[in-house]
Design a protein around this ligand. Structure first.
Ligand SMILES: CC(C)(COP(=O)(O)OP(=O)(O)OC[C@H]1O[C@@H](n2cnc3c(N)ncnc32)[C@H](O)[C@@H]1OP(=O)(O)O)[C@@H](O)C(=O)NCCC(=O)NCCS
Length: 174
């Protein structure tokens, strides 16, 4: 287990998470801001990518689990992403739509932000998304981030970039 919050546990993924993860990643509504939902192979590759990230960096996207029931509800964590040509630490999240709009995404994202500033040397953390992804950028704002940039790219047409600096984080009331 990596992080505990009021309602959630964040822990490393294992291959056993495949069915629950695939249910989320294969859902067209959840993935409507992506080019297409993930198929089985894409989901398996995604798990492998994270297992490798844990080894290479000591972090990755983690499984988000409800403390009360043990139910898997999504993923949230830190990865290195190419954002407009720069490799930057990015907080990412996906929550199973059964659990949307109950504050779980922002509760997980805030915990990952705090973990990252406490356990890494990064001076700025980022979240980026397709410009149409209101849920995603609202979660970034709930995470204390501000929009710092937008740029055109092939994947998202237009990407929005949100960020919070270590200094801004230190000044937050937590
Ligand atoms: C983005 C996502 C993880 C948010 O999860 P969540 O648990 O519903 O988020 P929260 O309940 O913590 O909401 C956080 C904020 O976003 C807002 N929000 C969430 N979904 C929203 C939506 N569809 N439209 C408008 N606002 C939304 C909430 O109102 C809240 O704002 P507030 O702090 O001002 O009250 C979820 O919508 C999701 O899984 N989306 C699909 C996957 C995805 O696109 N991930 C991001 C890839 S870049």
């Amino acid at each position: 287990m990596v992080i505990e919050t009021e309602r959630l546990l964040l822990r490393e993924f294992t291959h056993e998470d495949f069915p629950a993860l695939f249910e989320m990643f294969s859902d067209p509504e959840t993935m409507r801001h992506y080019p297409k939902p993930f198929d089985e192979n894409r989901t398996k590759d995604w798990i492998e990518w994270n297992l490798q990230n844990y080894k290479d960096y000591g972090f990755g996207l983690w499984a988000v689990v409800l403390k009360k029931t043990g139910d898997f509800i999504g993923d949230c964590g830190l990865t290195i992403q190419n954002i407009d040509g720069d490799l930057l630490p990015e907080i990412g999240y996906h929550i199973n739509k059964k659990y949307w709009r109950r504050g779980f995404g922002s509760e997980a994202a805030r915990a990952v932000r705090d973990w990252a500033f406490e356990h890494t040397e990064y001076d700025c953390l980022y979240s980026y998304m397709k410009y149409t992804n209101i849920g995603s950028y609202s979660t970034a704002m709930a995470n204390g981030m501000k929009k710092i940039k937008e740029y055109s790219d092939e994947k998202n047409e237009i990407s929005y970039v949100y960020a919070i600096t270590r200094k801004e984080w230190s000044a937050l009331e937590r």
